[in-house]
Ligand binder design. Structure first.
Ligand code: SF4
Length: 360
């Protein structure tokens, strides 16, 4: 299949791996930002093909994993209301809140439905005018265009029974938080190709200048990832601090400008708590006040939310590149995909789920 088969060619990947080995003279720690990249790396065993000097640590780019516990508990409270149809991508249903998850709300009679797009939730609102339909709008820059489009459509249609519970996060402020931490180990970044396809990469040069860390925009297939690693190692070995675009078939410097414009019309920057990590300034997108009518947080008063995270879970440290899933005492014991203690064991982009699924 075009754009898949050729990027999974084992011979080509082996050739890039040989080149990585040839150019590597000393230890380097690289972080892949995106959970989708983590899964590809672990699934295809790329980390095991690398020379021992290259360590990959896994970043916070899993939207389900970083959605704050308070927002999940809020979602659970809204979903339990009898007047609500609560809609979400499937990944979120098993993410543990303080005491339960969306599946258990559904088992107790809540109307919780999986949708594949926020526009499906919009259709549900049109078809069920007697109900309030809420969409759990989580994600990075990648899912933002579809979510803002749903809000715009709802406004254009004059819908009064549709709202979104927003928990959007942005990559550059998270990278700034990681790089600015005294415990940072990351020397080079593989940037998330799909985020850059939407946003371009004009937001990254200031990070480059401040922290002097090279970056390669990287795709998701094994050859993409191997190429991104090679570009980053080459820059590190040569003392270059640049941004290389190793995903040029999808990414341009300016990105998708109509999508960016639409995002700016509906969202504004806000501080956001990242699960396990804490509040990162200006790292989120929230609805602008003119869209308050579609803001589920304003529409539903769910009272005070007291969160309780599992004391065993070290997902926050894993997503900052400080620990690996194996370092967690609960990994594969108290915490499995069937009995997850943290979101990184649930999501299809979570590092703990990747290590568990592919037997590491
Ligand atoms: S294995 Fe489970 S408890 Fe441990 S860090 Fe991962 S999600 Fe948290």
């Amino acid at each position: 299949m075009k754009y898949l088969t050729e990027y999974r060619d084992a011979e080509l990947v082996a050739g890039v791996m040989r080149e990585i080995k040839r150019v590597t003279t000393r230890p380097w720690t690289l972080m892949e930002i995106c959970g989708g990249q983590t899964h590809s790396i672990v699934r295809y065993g790329l980390d095991q093909l690398l020379p021992p000097e290259i360590e990959l640590v896994h970043g916070p780019g899993c939207p389900v994993c970083v959605t704050p516990l308070e927002q999940i508990d809020r979602a659970l409270a809204i979903a339990a209301r009898p007047d609500v149809i609560f809609t979400s991508y499937g990944d979120m249903l098993r993410v543990p809140g303080s005491n339960r998850d969306l599946f258990s709300v559904r088992a107790s009679g809540g109307d919780v439905r999986v949708v594949y797009s926020p526009l499906d939730a919009l259709k549900l609102a049109q078809a069920n005018p007697e109900k309030q339909v809420v969409f759990f709008a989580i994600g990075f820059e990648t899912t933002a265009p579809a979510n803002v489009m749903a809000v715009m459509q709802a406004k254009n249609l004059g819908l009064t029974n549709f709202s979104v519970l927003v928990s959007h996060v942005r990559v550059p402020p998270a990278m700034r938080a990681i790089l600015g931490s005294p415990s940072n180990r990351v020397q080079g970044f593989l940037l998330a190709g799909h985020v850059c396809a939407v946003m371009g990469y004009h937001e990254y040069p200031p990070l480059l200048e401040t922290y002097r860390v090279p970056m390669a925009i990287t795709g998701f297939e094994p050859l993409d990832l191997a190429q991104g690693i090679l570009e980053t190692v080459r820059m590190l070995e040569a003392g270059q601090v640049e941004i290389k675009n190793a995903y040029a078939r999808a990414v341009t410097f300016d990105g998708n400008q109509p999508a960016q414009k639409m995002i700016q019309q509906v969202f504004m920057e806000c501080d956001r708590a990242w699960r396990g990590i804490g509040v990162i300034p200006a790292s989120g997108w929230c609805l602008r006040p003119e869209f308050d009518d579609f803001n589920a947080e304003k529409r539903f008063d769910v009272g005070e939310i007291l969160t309780q995270e599992s004391p065993l879970c070290i997902a926050g440290q894993i997503m900052q590149g400080l620990k690996k899933p194996h370092d967690c005492a609960a990994f594969g014991k108290q915490c499995t995909p069937e009995t997850p203690l943290g979101a990184t064991m649930v999501s299809s982009e979570g590092a703990c789920a990747a290590y568990y699924k592919y037997g590491r």
